[in-house]
Structure formats: C-alpha cells, structure tokens
Design a binder for this molecule. Sequence first.
Ligand SMILES: O=P(O)(O)OC[C@H]1O[C@](O)(COP(=O)(O)O)[C@@H](O)[C@@H]1O
Ligand SMILES: [Mg+2]
Ligand SMILES: [Mg+2]
Length: 336
Amino acid sequence: MPRHISLTQYLVEQQRQHGHIPAELRLLIEVVARACKRISISVNKGALGDVMGSADSENVQGEIQKKLDIIANEVLIEANEWGGHLAAMASEEMEGIYVVPNRFPQGEYLLLFDPLDGSSNIDVNVSIGTIFSVLKKPGGHEGVSERDFLQPGIQQEAAGYCIYGPQTTLVLTVGDGVAMFTLDREQGSWVLTQEGMRIPEDTKEFAINMSNMRHWAPPVKRYVDECLAGKTGERGKDFNMRWVASMVADVHRILTRGGIFMYPWDQREPEKAGKLRLMYEANPMSFIVEQAGGVATDGKRRIMELAPGKLHERVAVFLGSKNEVERVTGYHHEVA
Ligand SMILES: O=P(O)(O)OC[C@H]1O[C@](O)(COP(=O)(O)O)[C@@H](O)[C@@H]1O
Ligand SMILES: [Mg+2]
Ligand SMILES: [Mg+2]
C-alpha cells in the first residue's frame, strides 16, 4: 500500500533521512511541479482553451511550434524565475539559455526542460508530457554561460517528468530511487502513489518507430528482426510492440511494466547522432531509468557519461529493461 503523503512531505522526509536534498533544491522541484500542474490545466482545457494547433513559429531545431509548446515553455520560465532559486534555464524551445534577471531571487541551480514532449500527440488527445533535469552551476566564476550547462548526465542533481494522460503523474528522482506522484485535482496536490519503482530486467515488449526500419544500422535491424521472429527465432519468445510517439508515455510504460525504448541513429540524416535531445530528453530519462534498475546507452556508451558539446545536442537512445538494452548494445560493439 503506498503511503499517501504529499510531494512536499516526501521531499522533507528525504531531506531528513538522507540529508542530500538542500532546501533550495526541494523548493525548485516544488516550483517545477506547480508549473506542471498549470500546464496540465491548459492541456485538459483543450479546444475550450485555445491551446490546440500550431503557432506561426519555428523553434531552434526548425520544428513548427505548437501553441502548447509555447504555453508550457512560458509557464515553466515564469514560475521558475520567481521561485526556482536558479541561475539560468535552457529549453528545447529556446535557442540560447535564459539567465534569470537579477530582480528575481538568484540561486546556484540550472534547470533544463522539454516543456512539451510528444507535440504531435496534442491535437489527437494522446498522452504528452514535460521532462526536466537539474544541474548545479559549476563554481569558481561570476555569471552564467551556456558552457556551465554542458555537464554529463551523471552530474544531475534531480530529474523528472510529468505525464498528462488519463491521470496526471509526476515521476521524480533525486538520486535515491524513483518515486511517482499522482495529481489529486480536487485537493490540487501531488500525492505519492509509488516509491522504489523498479524496471524488470527482462521484457517481451519493444518500442521503436518501425517505419524507419529501412534506414537503421545493422545492429538495430538485427535486434528487431530477432524480436519479430518470436518463438521460432533466436530469442525463442514472442515479443509485443508499442509506440506512442511521446517519449514520456513510452518511458512511463517501461517504468511501470518493463520494455525497451529505442530511437537509434538512422541514415535519413546521417550527420545527426539521433533524433532525441541529450540534455533535456535523454539525460533526465536515463537518470530515472538507471535509478529504477534499468540501463540507458547510445548503442555503445552509457548516456549519462557522454560529454555534451552543445545545448541542443542529439543522441541515439536505447533504454529500459537491463538485459535487452545490454543485448542491443552488445550487437553494436560486435560490429565496432
Ligand atoms: O514521430 P517519431 O519520429 O516517431 O517521434 C517520436 C519521438 O519524437 C518526440 O516526440 C520528440 O519530442 P518533442 O515533441 O518534444 O519534439 C519524442 O517524444 C518521441 O519519442
Ligand atoms: Mg521531446
Ligand atoms: Mg518538446
């Protein structure tokens, strides 16, 4: 039976028991959670709230922005510049970093986010989410620059995501396991509904966009071919497939019942390492997955150890159930 305590109570408890959550970090997480609550309200309003459809703008990656991409980005910036105890923020929707103006309370943390993940699912009423990652500004100098953000994922102080689905759920790690909170709309509070989440080491379910199959590299093709061969093939068991096309929803399923999620490099844009973004998609999700006993690699290396070269860097992603991620990673090493 989960202990139905609030997010604040949970964080205070963690702070007391383990002493590794400074009060500023706790407040920052609470502000992000509050912003997610506001985004959730906009998501739920749908067509009644003028939040559907595209805006007339493109983001730094050249993608058409949806109205909700912009709304979610603004909500996160506004909430966190006031109460986040931050030095700066970075977002999928902004080319450069956003330095918190000095009329607001200043702090030592850096916040990165994908304000709205799964934008293609907004207008079709399928689960979408917000992903975030917290780093500490390296000491020793005044001011803050983009270079301060370029830290490997192992340096993350906290990471989480919020999924706006049939329930609104916040999943969080501060480096001591993974906890899940469900939004109680009547009370307006986040209630702990699961702690110590664990991803089963084995799985019979994979997630990949199969329409890209002809563009994949041989190790990915080999792995998926073996899954498809089922009982009669090498693996000797039948696999199921799921692909929501919102990373948050696919990762949430894997956290709940196991599975492997793959967004590999492919030949369509060979100069790009992958489609997903290292700093605000892959790193936070890898932190959560590892804290739940899973594994996350780019096909060869642990994602959290990659040294980022730029803010909007892309990366190939294989994450989820340990034995499956290790298998497909092994296939990449065999051809190297
Ligand atoms: O349409 P595709 O290529 O399968 O893309 C799905 C992937 O793209 C993403 O939607 C990218 O996220 P954004 O909506 O934040 O751009 C991932 O969530 C998801 O895994
Ligand atoms: Mg995304
Ligand atoms: Mg996004």
